[in-house]
Design a protein around this ligand. Structure first.
Ligand code: HEC
Length: 267
């Protein structure tokens, strides 16, 4: 019986922890700045997405990132998950021209995208992507926040982690370090020399809801959007997690009462 109660308590702790999200933060592992850790709506036991923020994140993705990065597996209809109406999603899809065909004359043609089309990829193939980006292929972003350790914090820090010159701490680690031509210095990218130039500058875009588009705001919104793309079911998972947690607490309480009942005459 005691063992059962212990198992119950351990399960409660484990469920609580797994819902807790990215509480602990690993040190940067180098002499440079540690990962930034803004507050995320999707963190913790009551993690959720805010639809206004998801829409802003899509605006950042489509205005800034989409010219180089695709969102593999995502279709325009998935954007309904951000809180857009059917009509709005149709209008968003229709604003993109995609290639289709061949037609009856055997020719490829372009047409406006519809909701059932996959979100338009920026490059036809990796070779073209490489040519356009100094030899590096901009990776698919739809699962990026799960593909990297501390994904949301990492992508946020990466977007804000550019430096004009090479900081002193890098030269303390490696006096020979220099940024190769065509690359940029980034505090958080492994090896610090990244083929993606800095993207987020004040004033590069405007939000349709009037929010001021500071680099921090754009980074936070686009990461929230990418987290949603990687885990649209988060809210369902957390709902289930909370249900399991309450169940386990009640169950452990029942076991405890039961134990006392059985042992009450034994003392
Ligand atoms: C001009 C093209 C271009 C644009 C625009 C662009 N990126 Fe990139 N991005 C790249 C390239 C190229 C790489 C690969 C970098 C490398 O391997 O050195 C990359 C890599 C990345 C990575 C992966 C880093 C890693 O750890 O491997 C992330 C995350 C990323 N970009 C996010 C974004 C976001 C978010 C935006 C929009 C705000 C954006 N990018 C806009 C070209 C671009």
């Amino acid at each position: 019986m005691k063992t059962l109660i212990r198992i119950g308590t351990a399960a409660i702790l484990a469920t609580g922890l797994s819902l807790g999200g990215t509480a602990a933060q690993a040190a940067g592992g180098h002499g440079g700045p540690e990962l930034k850790h803004p507050s995320w709506t999707f963190d913790g036991l009551f993690g959720h997405y805010n639809e206004d923020q998801l829409k802003r994140g899509w605006e950042v993705y489509s205005n800034v990132c989409a010219s180089c990065h695709g969102l593999e597996y995502m279709h325009y209809r998935n954007l309904k998950g951000l809180g857009y109406t059917e009509d709005e999603v149709e209008a968003i899809a229709a604003s993109f021209e995609i290639e289709d065909g061949p037609d009856e004359w055997g020719e490829m043609f372009t047409r406006p995208a519809t909701v059932v089309d996959p979100i338009k990829e920026p490059y036809e193939n990796d070779a073209l992507a490489k040519l356009a980006n100094g030899g590096a292929v901009p990776p698919n972003l739809s699962v990026m926040t799960r593909a990297r350790d501390h994904g949301p914090d990492y992508v946020y820090s990466l977007m804000l982690g550019y430096e004009a010159g090479v900081p002193e701490w890098v030269h303390e680690e490696d006096p020979e370090f220099s940024v190769p031509p065509g690359k940029s210095f980034n505090n958080y990218f492994p090896g610090y020399a990244i083929s993606m130039p800095q993207q987020l500058f004040p004033g590069i875009m405007e939000y349709s809801d009037g929010t001021e588009a500071t680099p921090e705001q754009m980074a936070k919104d686009v990461v929230t959007f990418l987290q949603w793309a990687a885990e649209p079911e988060l809210e369902k998972r957390k709902d289930l997690g909370r249900y399991v947690l309450v169940f386990l607490i009640v169950f452990t309480g029942v076991l405890y009462a039961y134990k006392r009942e059985i042992w009450k005459n034994a003392h």
